[in-house]
Design a binder for this molecule. Structure first.
Ligand SMILES: CC(C)(COP(=O)(O)OP(=O)(O)OC[C@H]1O[C@@H](n2cnc3c(N)ncnc32)[C@H](O)[C@@H]1OP(=O)(O)O)[C@@H](O)C(=O)NCCC(=O)NCCS
Length: 178
């Protein structure tokens, strides 16, 4: 990897990684609506709860932050972090974990190295903020969409947890020491 790949902007591949802005919210909501569909249409409860957390971060909520990947100003990818709940912290191995959430690319922008740039930006940010580890969970749907493949390459697999979502659906958990 060249050092250029970690820059916010690569001249050969003009995708910018930036902190989310208020004006990005409609596009971010579009991405969440596309991916948070588990077979019965978009899960608006989860989508609205996620958007509320992005808005809270924009309003200065500590322990959270979101980044977008943009091409010519248009959002093509998204990633975020926030303070985990107990059902996640119990899988952490260190004292100050932070949770990675909402990692989504527009389908046609996947597998071009953009997700890795979003991920690296998040990792650098939370490291600088003094967190000790990143933890995340990813539902079964994302086993075939690139999510599990990405996490297996970049993080340590913790295991599968049954009855995680709505006390009913399983998920898998990964972690990474910072
Ligand atoms: C998961 C996702 C965000 C990754 O972003 P991306 O831009 O496609 O990933 P990149 O092109 O940056 O790939 C980064 C690395 O992951 C690997 N990778 C990506 N998809 C993979 C897959 N399906 N299987 C195995 N490895 C994979 C790449 O080979 C690359 O490895 P390298 O750094 O060793 O070269 C993106 O594919 C996506 O939006 N998928 C659909 C939604 C999803 O599954 N989100 C996760 C929700 S929990």
């Amino acid at each position: 990897m060249t050092s250029k790949q970690n820059d916010n902007m690569d001249a050969n591949f003009p995708i910018e990684i930036a902190q989310v802005e208020l004006s990005d919210l409609p596009a971010v909501k579009g991405l969440l609506t596309y991916w948070m569909d588990y077979g019965a249409g978009p899960d608006f409860e989860e989508i609205n709860a996620s958007v509320a957390k992005v808005e809270a971060a924009l309003n200065g909520q500590p322990d959270s932050g979101y980044f977008v990947a943009k091409e010519n100003g248009a959002v093509v990818g998204f990633i975020g972090f926030y303070k985990p709940e107990e059902k996640m912290t119990k899988h952490a191995k260190t004292a100050k974990p932070i949770e990675l959430v909402n990692f989504f690319m527009k389908p046609e922008y996947r597998a071009k190295g953009i997700g890795k740039r979003l991920f690296n930006t998040l990792i650098e940010t939370v490291k600088q903020k003094g967190y000790s580890e990143v933890i995340l969970n990813s539902g079964v749907k994302f086993g075939s969409t690139g999510g599990w493949g990405f996490y297996n390459r970049k993080m340590e697999y913790v295991g599968q947890v049954e009855n995680f979502y709505n006390d009913r659906y399983p998920t898998r958990i990964w972690r990474l020491d910072l």
